[in-house]
Design a protein around this ligand. Structure first.
Ligand SMILES: [Zn+2]
Length: 96
């Protein structure tokens, strides 16, 4: 299995425990994702992967292989933090 990179956050499959998910094969669904992610569908690489950090945990089906629910849609912002991304602690602190 080759190395994969998330097209959203760029994390490589070697550096995260997160699973990687392909775009849906359904064209309508693909367009829906592209709209949400602000990607031109024509710019979408043939093998585009999105890591599990952009999905709600409830959108993932745990099993032999983690799969996405059919209704799952990604979010541009990571929804989950991976353990080894602690060097990116740029939390916005605007408490005044
Ligand atoms: Zn990602």
């Amino acid at each position: 299995m080759g190395r994969r990179n998330c097209i959203l956050c760029g994390v490589s499959s070697e550096k995260t425990e997160a699973t990687f998910h392909r775009f849906p094969s359904d064209k309508k669904k693909q367009e829906e994702w592209c709209t949400i992610l602000n990607i031109d569908i024509n710019d979408l690489p043939l093998h585009a992967f999105i890591c599990a950090n952009h999905f709600h945990k409830s959108d993932l089906i745990d099993g032999k292989r983690t799969q996405l629910k059919h209704s799952a849609v990604p979010s541009v912002e990571p929804l989950r933090q991976t353990v080894d991304s602690s060097d990116e602690k740029n939390e916005i602190n605007l408490a005044h």
